[in-house]
Design a protein around this ligand. Structure first.
Ligand SMILES: [Zn+2]
Ligand SMILES: [Zn+2]
Length: 430
């Protein structure tokens, strides 16, 4: 394909799959339809029914629920006649007053700052479409923030963390759910629904304007000297350095993807040692302090008969981080020295690795919640141990490693092997 323009060309009727780099024509979708990549099965675009109205409704309702969740009491805790009521603000103020600034910052970012930035961007984006000829830069700005913030939304993980913390406390105290707790549940559900309704490629197509007709090309963008933008799905000329639509840097394959991924995995493995050796939580009961590690907490839950919760913590805190390191290491190896295993199976493993990684934050949230609720001096109190930060570092580093890995590398080897097999078959035929 001949490209003579200095400005990167953008073929608006085609989109490039971010997972396998195959170029697809985008048909005119009906409401409720979705376009899947024919090659790897990745969902490219979903056109939700009445998307604007529903996003506006769920987004505004989520913000309203957040305001309610911050306005009232969250949980009640009573033991031996001593009662304590906490709000969501207490959760933060206790952590900050005890000097756990990093843990407080993590909770603030994951529960409030990132979701509010996300919801504000979504609402501003939808509202800006009322003025189609103006506010184009604002739309681009909002869309860029959506993509950046979305992987770090963890309100659902925090909600499960609350339930796990309450199971841990159930044998020691009476727990009561207050008004804010139910408002927080509504906030979580509405935020998740908003995330499901927002399709970044569909929005980019709306922001980029009406489609123009270009001949469809087959195969990967790289095979045709083109570059697919992983952020908005645009297909750009091979000499492009930045995406014309979203402004992100573009490259045919992420530079030094395997090296960065391996480096982040090694850092995660190093942090995994203190995360498991040092206590993650210190419990004071009647003057005596007892530290507990992640595995120690699992054993305590198991001995209490809370088998499902013990298994959740075991999987989320011990198995998933290790499994993520092993599977990403194997995928890095496969991108350099591919086995005969199907690439679609490797991609499925990569998707699962990306999907489950943030659920390891459960134990960090459990510690933060217990710290904020159980503060009764020498009678009974819970404080975070030194392992909290190293464990958080493990999770963040493995999440960054998954983002640094470029899954298109797996398909490259697949395509080159297929071409070699076809070449051999042709030679035999002649
Ligand atoms: Zn694909
Ligand atoms: Zn782009």
């Amino acid at each position: 394909m001949q490209v003579n323009s200095d400005r990167p060309m953008f073929y608006e009727t085609v989109t490039t799959c971010e997972e396998c780099d195959f170029v697809h024509r985008v048909p005119r979708l009906q409401q409720g339809e979705r376009l899947r990549c024919e090659h790897c099965g990745h969902v490219l675009i979903t056109l939700h029914k009445h998307a604007f109205a529903r996003i506006l409704g769920t987004g505004l309702s989520a913000l309203l629920m957040l305001i309610l969740a911050l306005s009232f009491s969250f949980l009640g805790f009573s033991v031996n006649g001593l009662e304590r009521t906490v709000s969501l603000f207490n959760t933060l103020s206790v952590l900050l007053s005890q000097g756990y600034l990093m843990l407080g910052a993590i909770i603030t970012l994951a529960l409030f700052v990132f979701p509010v930035v996300y919801l504000s961007s979504v609402l501003l984006l939808v509202a800006s479409f009322r003025y189609p000829d103006r506010l184009r830069n604002i739309r681009r700005f909002c869309l860029r923030w959506l993509v950046v913030v979305q992987p770090w939304l963890m309100v659902d993980v925090f909600l499960v963390g609350i339930l796990v913390a309450l199971v841990k406390l159930s044998s020691l105290a009476d727990i009561s759910f207050k008004l804010s707790f139910w408002a927080f549940c509504g906030y979580v559900l509405l935020l998740l629904k908003t995330v499901v309704l927002v399709d970044k490629r569909w929005f980019w197509n709306r922001v980029a304007g009406p489609s123009s007709d270009h001949p469809i090309v087959s195969g990967t963008a790289k095979q045709q000297g083109l570059i697919g933008c992983r952020f908005c799905g645009a297909t750009l000329a091979g000499n492009a350095h930045h995406c014309d639509r979203c402004g992100h840097s573009v490259y045919s394959r992420r530079p030094r993807s395997v090296v960065f991924t391996v480096a982040l995995l090694i850092a995660a493995l190093i942090m995994y040692i203190p995360a498991n050796v040092f206590p993650i939580m210190e419990t004071t009961f009647l003057g005596g302090t007892e530290p507990s590690t992640i595995l120690g907490g699992v054993f305590v839950l198991w001995s209490m008969g809370s088998y499902p919760v013990a298994l959740i913590i075991l999987f989320a805190s011990v198995v998933i981080p290790l499994a993520k390191v092993v599977s990403l290491s194997w995928l890095c190896w496969q991108s350099c020295y591919p086995s005969r295993r199907l690439t679609s199976q490797k991609i499925t493993l990569y998707r699962w690795t990306e999907l489950v990684g943030r659920w390891s934050m459960i134990d960090v949230f459990v510690v933060a919640i217990l710290t904020s609720i159980v503060q009764m001096g020498q009678f009974m109190s819970i404080l975070p141990g030194p392992a909290v930060l190293s464990f958080t570092a493990v999770i963040v580093l493995t999440m960054l490693a998954a983002m640094a890995f470029d899954p298109r590398l797996l398909w490259d080897k697949d395509a080159s092997r297929t071409q070699a097999q076809e070449g051999e078959a042709c030679e035999r035929d002649t």
